[in-house]
Design a protein around this ligand. Structure first.
Ligand code: HEC
Length: 284
């Protein structure tokens, strides 16, 4: 989508009033009826409908240039089938707040002596292992890494590849990978992280405890993991945290309530029930 859709549905232009980049913008909380991506239902998603039209159809997306390859469409379908995981919380953060992106150089915690050759080698190694890594936006010195689609899935051993990226990694998506608690100290070494997704992994409360040093972390996705109430003190103490996703975990309702009371500004998402989800995705 960054390559094929961003020019018209990105931060600069929103053709058809649709913004897809950054991804969270595709899910405005107050306009569920207008979502063009229906989590879990690719065929009901207008994004899929529009990219699978016959190439000469008037409504095909993108309207000019190459149509999406079968592989790209499959990837989109798979992501939507898996619930279209995205940093949903960032959608509700006012744009002024997000505009205040520090540069790695001005950030006191960042090591500024990152050698461009080391960085390039690090990026290549990650790509060679199926990771999708790119700057946050054109010209940004910060990087976003997704390994959810790597096959075979990443395991704790692969996390050593993060080493050279530590000072510049902004967002790390380990969702649906084979990482466990044992790998979390390596993740915690990426001290600049703002977003961390561990959903659908075997990570548990001990792994979350290891992440205590992530003092800039704003979004933590733990849905469908092994975490339970024991993780909540560590979550509570993450100083910059704005949103945590805990559905389909061992965290009890009472403990989640307690966290909300302790950290009033924190968005604690314990999931929508099946009924809410159904009615939310009814486009009437
Ligand atoms: C060259 C500009 C351009 C590019 C590139 C582009 N679009 Fe669009 N898109 C438009 C315009 C203009 C509209 C509004 C007119 C329409 O609905 O056809 C639109 C509308 C849409 C809509 C309907 C929005 C709604 O809710 O009514 C969807 C979905 C969509 N685009 C998806 C995509 C996807 C996915 C990509 C990338 C694969 C893409 N577009 C790339 C120009 C573009």
């Amino acid at each position: 989508m960054q390559e094929q859709c961003a020019a018209c549905h990105g931060p600069e232009k929103q053709k058809g009033k649709l913004q897809l980049i950054p991804l969270a913008k595709a899910f405005p909380a107050d306009r569920r009826d207008r979502w063009s991506i229906i989590p879990g239902d690719p065929e009901a998603s207008t994004v899929i409908q529009r990219v699978t039209l016959p190439p000469d159809h008037y409504d095909i997306m993108p309207p000019k240039g190459d149509v999406l390859t079968g592989e790209q469409v499959d990837l989109l379908r798979r992501w939507i089938s898996e619930g279209a995981p995205h940093a949903g919380a960032t959608a509700s953060v006012p744009s002024e707040a997000r505009a205040a992106e520090p540069s790695p150089v001005s950030s006191p915690q960042a090591r500024i002596d990152i050698d461009p050759a080391d960085l390039e080698a690090g990026l290549q190694a990650i790509r060679g292992r199926g990771g999708v890594i790119a700057p946050r936006h054109v010209g940004s010195s910060w990087y976003e890494l997704t390994v959810s689609f790597a096959r075979p899935p990443w395991t704790d051993g692969d996390l050593a590849l993060l080493e050279p990226l530590r000072p510049v990694l902004w967002s790390l998506d380990l969702g649906n990978s084979g990482v466990t608690d044992a790998g979390m100290p390596l993740v915690a070494g990426c001290s600049q992280l703002r977003e961390l997704k561990l959903d659908r992994t075997r990570v548990g409360s001990r792994g979350v405890e290891s992440c205590a040093g992530l003092v800039h972390l704003e979004t933590l996705n733990l849905h469908s993991t092994a975490v339970n109430d024991a993780a909540l003190p560590s979550i509570r103490d993450l100083p910059a945290l704005q949103a945590v996703y805990l559905w389909d975990t061992g965290v009890s309702k009472q403990a989640a309530e307690g966290l909300r009371t302790n950290r009033p500004g924190l968005h604690v998402e314990c999931g929508v029930t099946a009924v809410e989800f159904e009615s939310g995705s009814d486009r009437g």
